[in-house]
Design a protein around this ligand. Structure first.
Ligand code: PEP
Ligand code: MG
Length: 561
């Protein structure tokens, strides 16, 4: 039966129709009952069959993703197989329990080793254990890698690493039960230019794999099992959407300037070379944020200097002399790595993350800095540090950068001696100290996604309080204004790479505050340009001056409406 669901938070625009693919994550805990002697042979056989089935899957997956090649070796490793079978035979534990205990034991051994490569094998061991457990229990997990027809992916939540296993060619859009507009699933969807709706309560109870879905991610409507009339309506909507996209493609060719001639830079946010290639046709003037964490998340090891150098070099070359702002590793929070143990944290967003990890793991950080420096010989690369809270941190980052430069000079390796280094303004501390930071960096880029969550103390991914997550809050706006004013007082460029930069309602205020560069998912650039071209700077300034005086959220909202 047809059913319509309205969604308040749209994550990435677009209209689409297709079959649902519901991602189910099964319970993989082992049954703890013991077996009799007579059941031993059958349990061993069950385990061996599970290994064969996992091997078959992994052999196929290994053709497209190197991570799975390592898993294929591990799944047939005699130490693991013998460990499980010995437990079944010797301790009379069922196959699931024997597997769980063996995997936990090996993973713990790996993870306690000094050698980093060996420690990383602990995560692989757990992944392989999960796969074998699915086979034993006859359930599916990691279902994302199994998608091989065009579908709308419906999931409780999607982590950035999930997209690494999906074949995106088949993904028409995303719907998730959890997540907010600035959660990473939303950002990914926008970078991929895929329609997405997030925080859709109860969606998993409503829809099954194979159900037809029509969704309008701009308005925020999901229609389950659309009837003929709805299909016709959505077919028309898809056409209208495509027509608007064509209009925007024309606007994309025009300069980013207001009616009275004030120009700003419209840049794109990307997470990969693929994203850059998708962004270039939108006539962007540069890359305002290259999130390098995806390079780390899609790997089974910390990417080497050479691996990173190739990517950054390609990015620089693709931009042909235009600015490419590459952010150093911003991991932690909701972004994890399979091969690095962050430990359990009560408050990961306030914990061991981003620049804190880089300054703790100087080896990891210097590898990236060296790769960035070397790539700077091939284009206009700028380096940007995330999550900085103190001048000491900034100084330490720059000291390590200087060390890297000295090393490269000694090795006779080329890099841009004049490379510009900047930082993100995404913590309240960096706003308070913006005058100090501005004297010490080449540019600022305001990360409103985090700046909003930290200024307002509202988790950016928490659906329950998402109505409190508001970048139009006067505190957030005043922080933004302060960063821009301090940046300009020191003569540096101030950009914004948080999602707020592409909010059509925010445009006039940010323009009026004097923001120099707006960086966003490439798909949003033309829309913002259209808005900009129908605005005057004079009016924007007048509005921004009024907004800056407001104490109440409501006053600001009234002014903007
Ligand atoms: C931000 O915080 O605004 C930002 C751009 O960084 P990320 O969304 O990757 O945390
Ligand atoms: Mg951030």
């Amino acid at each position: 039966m047809m059913k319509t669901i309205s969604v308040k938070r749209t994550a990435s625009k677009g209209v689409v129709m297709g079959k649902a693919y519901v991602v189910k994550r099964p319970d993989l805990s082992a049954d703890r009952s013991m077996i009799n002697d007579s059941a031993v042979a059958a349990e061993v056989a069950r385990y061996e069959a599970a290994v064969e089935a996992a091997k078959a899957d992994l052999a196929e997956l290994a053709e497209t993703n190197a991570i799975f090649g390592a898993h294929l070796e591990l799944v047939q490793d005699p130490t693991l197989c013998d460990g499980v079978i010995d437990k079944i035979k010797g301790e009379l534990k069922n196959a699931e329990l024997s597997l769980e205990e063996t995997v936990d034991m090996f993973a713990a051994i790996f993870e306690s080793m000094d050698d980093e490569y060996m420690r990383e094998r602990g995560a692989d061991m757990k992944d392989v254990g999960k796969r074998l457990m699915c086979k034993l229990k006859g359930v599916e997990d990691n279902a994302l890698s199994a998608i091989h027809e065009k579908v709308i992916v419906v999931a409780k939540d999607l982590a950035p690493s999930d997209t690494a296993v999906m074949n995106l060619e088949y993904v028409l859009g995303f719907i998730t039960q959890e997540g907010g507009v600035t959660s990473h699933v939303s950002i990914m969807a926008r970078n991929l230019n895929l329609p997405a709706l997030v925080g859709v309560e109860g969606i998993l109870d409503e829809v099954n794999t194979g159900d037809m879905i029509a969704m309008d991610a701009k308005v925020g409507t999901i229609i389950l099992n659309p009837d003929e009339a709805a299909v016709a309506e959505y077919t028309e909507k898809m056409e209208i959407f495509a027509k608007r996209e064509r209009e925007l493609a024309e606007i994309a060719l025009l300069p980013a300037e207001t009616i009275d001639g004030k120009t700003v830079e419209l840049f794109a946010n990307v997470g990969s070379i693929e994203d850059i290639k998708n962004a270039l046709p939108h006539h962007i003037e540069g890359i305002g944020l290259f999130r390098t964490e995806f390079l780390y998340m899609e790997n089974d090891h910390f990417p080497t200097e050479e691996e990173q150098f190739e990517v950054y070099k390609e990015a620089a070359e693709l931009l042909e002399g235009k600015e490419v702002i590459i952010r150093t590793l911003d991991i932690g929070g909701d972004k994890s790595l399979t091969y690095f143990d962050f430990g359990v944290e009560e408050n990961p967003f306030l914990g061991y993350r981003a620049i804190r990890i880089c300054l703790d793991r100087e080896d990891v950080f210097k590898t990236q800095l060296r790769a960035l420096l070397r790539a700077s010989a091939y284009g206009n690369i700028r380096i940007m540090y995330p999550m900085v809270i103190s001048v000491e941190e900034l100084d330490r980052c720059n000291a390590l950068l200087t060390e890297c430069k000295e090393e490269l000079r000694a090795e006779g390796k080329a890099f841009n001696e004049e490379i510009v280094v900047g930082m993100m303004i995404e913590t309240p501390s960096s706003c308070v100290l913006a005058d100090e930071f501005a004297k010490r960096v080449g540019f600022f880029s305001i990360g409103t996604n985090d700046l909003t969550q930290y200024t307002l103390v509202v988790d950016r991914g928490n659906k329950k309080i998402s109505n409190m997550y508001n970048s139009f809050h006067p505190s957030v706006l005043r922080n933004i204004k302060r960063a821009i004013d301090c940046g300009h007082a020191a003569g540096i460029k101030v950009g914004m790479c948080g999602e707020f930069a592409s909010d059509p309602k925010a445009l006039k205020v940010l323009l009026g505050f004097g923001l120099d560069e707006f960086s966003m998912s490439a798909g949003a650039v033309s829309e913002v340009k259209a808005e900009l071209r129908s605005t005057t700077y004079a009016a924007a300034k007048e509005l921004a001056d009024k907004v800056a005086q407001c104490a109440y959220v409501k006053e600001i909202e009234d002014l903007l409406n």
